[in-house]
Design a protein around this ligand. Structure first.
Ligand SMILES: CC(C)(COP(=O)(O)OP(=O)(O)OC[C@H]1O[C@@H](n2cnc3c(N)ncnc32)[C@H](O)[C@@H]1OP(=O)(O)O)[C@@H](O)C(=O)NCCC(=O)NCCS
Length: 170
């Protein structure tokens, strides 16, 4: 049975492996296979996000941590930095539950929107978020903050033309 809870400091060391495992799904997507071996958030980065209070974890009673979502409150809403579900646990609705939980957390924290950046057209990225209620921003509607996020992704080696910015009003 899966439960969703706030992540704590003690969880941080487990999370990089979850993200590494989650990325294996990209091995089946021509052109983005390399994402499977890309850098993941470090345990220290997780600790910083946990301290800021937007860090959720999906936990199986027997297997322990199987997924996480983290983000940050911004003046435009709660920005999701990362969502990842362990490869053995994908496709069972855990991602959907993490998104539902962060919607609730965002409302509790007074945010009126969720934002994120992701890969265009990849079935478990842009179209998936659209199915969950996110809307892709037209290029001329991307806010300066989200443009900066995409610019920084470009500096980290991600082709920016493959990225999009999305928003869900709460
Ligand atoms: C995105 C992610 C967190 C979703 O987690 P999950 O627990 O598998 O999510 P769910 O079970 O709720 O849904 C998975 C969705 O992906 C789709 N999907 C998964 N694998 C797919 C594949 N190989 N081909 C087509 N669609 C696929 C499913 O159809 C499903 O969508 P639906 O519920 O609308 O049918 C997970 O795929 C993951 O960790 N991916 C790698 C990291 C990543 O891409 N993070 C997002 C960064 S913005």
């Amino acid at each position: 049975m899966i439960s969703i809870r706030a992540a704590s400091d003690q969880d941080a060391d487990d999370l990089p492996d979850i993200e590494r495992s989650s990325g294996t799904i990209f091995r089946g997507w021509p052109g983005l296979e390399w994402i499977a071996d890309d850098t993941v958030q470090s345990a220290d980065e997780h600790r910083a996000l946990i301290a800021q209070g937007v860090a959720l974890l999906a936990e199986d009673q027997r297997a322990g941590t199987v997924g996480f979502l983290n983000g940050e409150l911004t003046p435009e809403g709660l920005h999701i930095w990362q969502i990842a579900v362990h490869g053995d646990w994908q496709g069972q609705g855990i991602g959907r539950r993490l998104i539902a939980a962060v919607c609730q957390l965002a409302v509790e924290k007074g945010a009126t929107a969720l934002t994120l950046t992701t890969f265009r057209d990849v079935p478990w990225n842009e179209p998936y978020y659209q199915r969950l209620g996110f809307r892709t921003l037209a290029n001329d509607a991307i806010t300066p903050r989200l443009l900066k996020v995409i610019e920084n992704e470009g500096k980290a080696g991600i082709p920016v033309e493959l990225r999009c910015a999305m928003v869900m009003q709460l």
